[in-house]
Design a protein around this ligand. Structure first.
Ligand code: ADE
Length: 234
């Protein structure tokens, strides 16, 4: 799977893909990410990518031309299944959306900036408008990194069995249970005895109960959506 990210601050997107799981996924050849500097697609001498808003008002607006040039040059090389625009007024990103995007082959993410983008970009060039939460970031780069990370880790071969994304919180509509590692006692604080009982059936049952309890306490909105099936199949 490949993600191309278009940004006017590409330096912000270097580090997130150079470490740990995403670095290994790229080395294994199962995921690919490339960041494109929007300025390189501007035809003006000053490499302009934004301009004043028609009708006045504070804040600059991202221009349509460099964006279309960049998207067209990418589309000339391969076909894309989604062109995502990161914006606080987009649809909220969640695990279900991450799952859906992870099934696609090639994705473009356009990072929003300033007051936003010329509306015609949204109308004609974008297929999905995505927000990562109800707060405003300085730009869409961190949102693009969040989306790419959540999507890439679901691509087969990026994570090994031990860290399988299938056991993540939200993947079955439940929060993940607590985890512990050595030492078994620290400052008198003990690890629940069931976890060292060696009885795998009891451990799984305990984990499922903990997941249910956490979800009920911390995310009553998710808990109320659980079906009977999710209660009995664990
Ligand atoms: N750009 C600024 N804030 C954002 C948000 N919450 N989600 C996505 N893109 C953004």
């Amino acid at each position: 799977m490949r993600i191309d990210i278009i940004s006017c601050v590409p330096q912000l997107l270097v580090s997130p893909f150079e470490h740990s799981i995403l670095k290994r996924g790229q080395a294994a050849g199962v995921i690919e990410v490339e960041v494109h500097n929007l300025r390189d697609y501007s035809t003006s001498k000053q490499k302009q990518t934004d301009d004043y808003a028609f009708g006045g008002g504070a804040g600059m607006v991202m221009m349509i031309e460099p964006i279309e040039n960049c998207i067209n040059s990418l589309k000339a090389k391969r076909s894309y299944d989604a062109v995502i625009y990161t914006t606080p007024d987009g649809e909220l990103f969640d695990q279900q959306k991450a799952n859906q995007f992870s099934l696609l082959e090639n994705i473009i993410i356009l990072c929003g900036h300033y007051k936003g983008v010329d509306e015609r970009v949204r109308q004609h060039l974008i297929t999905h408008e995505i927000s990562i939460g109800d707060y405003v970031l300085s730009g869409g780069e961190l949102a693009a990194a969040v989306i790419a990370d959540a999507v890439f880790r679901l691509v087969p071969g990026v994570m090994n069995d031990e860290t399988s994304a299938l056991t993540d919180s939200f993947q079955d509509g439940l929060l993940a249970p607590p985890v512990y590692t050595r030492p078994a006692v620290y400052n008198g604080w003990e690890v629940p005895s069931v976890l060292s009982s060696g009885h795998q059936g009891k451990i799984e049952e305990w984990r499922h109960e903990q997941s249910l309890q956490r979800t009920r306490e911390r995310r009553p909105d998710l808990y109320s959506k659980l079906t009977d099936f999710q209660f009995v199949t664990k």
